[in-house]
Write a protein that binds this ligand. Structure first.
Ligand code: PSU
Ligand code: MN
Length: 304
C-alpha cells in the first residue's frame, strides 16, 4: 500500500534542490501550548529555520493524510482545533486508516520524517520516564523511537516533570546517544542545567552531523538525542520550579490523570502556576533548538 503523504510546496522544492530540511512536531501546538501563543510560536520557529537557509516541515495527519510541511492556513487550523488526537507510534496508522486528524508527538514525527527522508528534527522536550513509573509504568514511546528510527532530535533535555535519572538510564539501555551541546551537564528543559552529567558532549553541529552518518555506517538503527540547553537569560531556576512541579504532579495523581493525558495536564498546570512564565521559557528554548537543528541539517548535506 502506498503511504498517503503530501509534501508542502516548500518541502517538495527543497527535496528536489537538496536544501536542508528540519522536521517539526505538532503536538507541541495542539497539546503543549495555549492558543494563540501556540500559533505564534509555530510560525516563529518555522521562520527561524528559514532565516538560516533551511526549510521547515511541520508534520501532522489531516483527514487521514500524512502532511510533511503545512501551509499557513493548515497551521492556523491546527492551532485552533480543540480535540485533535495526540498521535504516537501506536496511533499513526490507525488515525490515517480512519481518515482522522491528529498531531504528532516526537515518536510519530520521527517516523514520518524518516518516511519523508528528513534526518533532523527540532522540538522542545522529549517525553521520558514519568515520576512514579515504577508503579505506573508510564514511559514515553519517544525513548524507544530514538532507539530505532534514524533521526537526530534536538531538544532542551528532559522536562523536570519527568524522572530525569530514569529517563537517561532507559536511553542508555536502548543505545541512544545523548549529546549535550556547550556544557557537560544534561539540560533540564526550563533550566539550563540538571544535576546529572550528559553522557556525551559535542559543541560543533558538523560533528553531530558526522556522528549521525557514522551511526548509519555502523549499521545502527536509531537516532540521536541532542540536548541543547535553554539560553541562560531565559531559564527558570530549578529551585523555583520544584514546588510547582510537585503540586502539578500531586493534582494529576489526585485526579487520576493517566496515559496520554499526563504530559499535557502537567504542562497546563505549570503554565497556570507560573503565571505563564513557563511558556516564555518554552518558546525561547524551542526557537533555540530550531536554530541548532537548521545548522545540523546544513552540516549533514555538506558531508561528502
Ligand atoms: N514538550 C513540550 N510540549 C509538548 C511535548 C513535549 O514542551 O507538548 C509533547 C511531545 O510531543 C512529546 C510528548 O513527544 O509531549 C510526550 O508525550 P508522552 O509523555 O505522553 O509520551
Ligand atoms: Mn506516557
Amino acid at each position: 500500500m502506498i503511504l498517503p503523504m503530501i509534501l508542502s510546496a516548500e518541502v517538495a522544492a527543497a527535496k528536489t534542490t537538496g536544501q536542508p530540511i528540519v522536521a517539526l512536531e505538532s503536538t507541541i501546538i495542539t497539546h503543549g501550548m495555549p492558543h494563540p501563543q501556540n500559533l505564534e510560536v509555530a510560525q516563529q520557529v518555522e521562520n527561524d529555520i528559514r532565516a538560516l537557509g533551511a526549510v521547515p516541515a511541520t508534520i501532522a495527519v489531516l483527514d487521514g493524510t500524512l502532511h510533511i510541511g503545512l501551509d499557513p492556513a493548515q497551521l492556523v487550523q491546527l492551532s485552533q482545533s480543540r480535540n485533535t488526537a495526540k498521535l504516537s507510534r501506536a496511533d499513526l496508522a490507525a488515525c490515517m486508516a480512519s481518515g482522522g486528524t491528529g498531531a504528532t508527538t516526537v515518536a510519530a514525527t520521527m517516523i514520518a520524517a524518516h518516511a519523508a527522508g528528513i534526518a533532523v528534527f527540532a522540538t522542545g522536550g522529549i517525553g521520558g520516564v514519568h515520576k512514579g513509573a515504577e508503579h505506573s509504568f508510564d514511559i514515553s514511546a519517544d525513548l524507544t523511537e530514538l532507539a530505532q528510527t534514524p533521526v537526530t532530535v534536538v531538544a532542551a533535555g528532559a522536562k523536570a516533570i519527568l524522572d530525569v535519572d530514569k529517563t537517561l538510564e532507559v536511553l542508555e539501555t536502548n543505545g541512544v546517544p545523548v549529546i549535550a551541546v556547550g556544557q557537560d551537564s544534561f539540560p533540564a528543559f526550563w533550566s539550563a542545567h540538571s544535576p546529572l552529567p550528559a553522557p556525551l558532549r559535542m559543541d560543533d553541529p558538523a560533528q553531530i552531523a558526522r556522528a549521525h552518518r557514522l551511526r548509519a555506517a555502523l549499521g545502527l538503527p536509531g537516532g540521536q538525542l541532542v540536548a541543547n540547553p535553554i539560553p541562560a537569560q531565559d531559564e527558570i531556576p530549578a529551585e523555583n520550579l520544584a514546588p510547582i512541579i510537585a503540586q502539578a504532579q500531586a493534582e494529576a495523581d489526585q485526579q487520576g490523570v493517566t496515559g496520554k493525558a499526563v504530559t499535557p495536564f502537567l504542562l497546563a498546570r505549570i503554565f497556570d502556576l507560573t503565571q505563564g512564565r513557563s511558556l516564555t521559557a518554552n518558546i525561547a528554548l524551542v526557537r533555540n533548538n530550531a536554530r541548532l537543528a537548521a545548522r545540523i541539517a546544513q552540516a549533514l548535506i555538506a558531508l561528502p
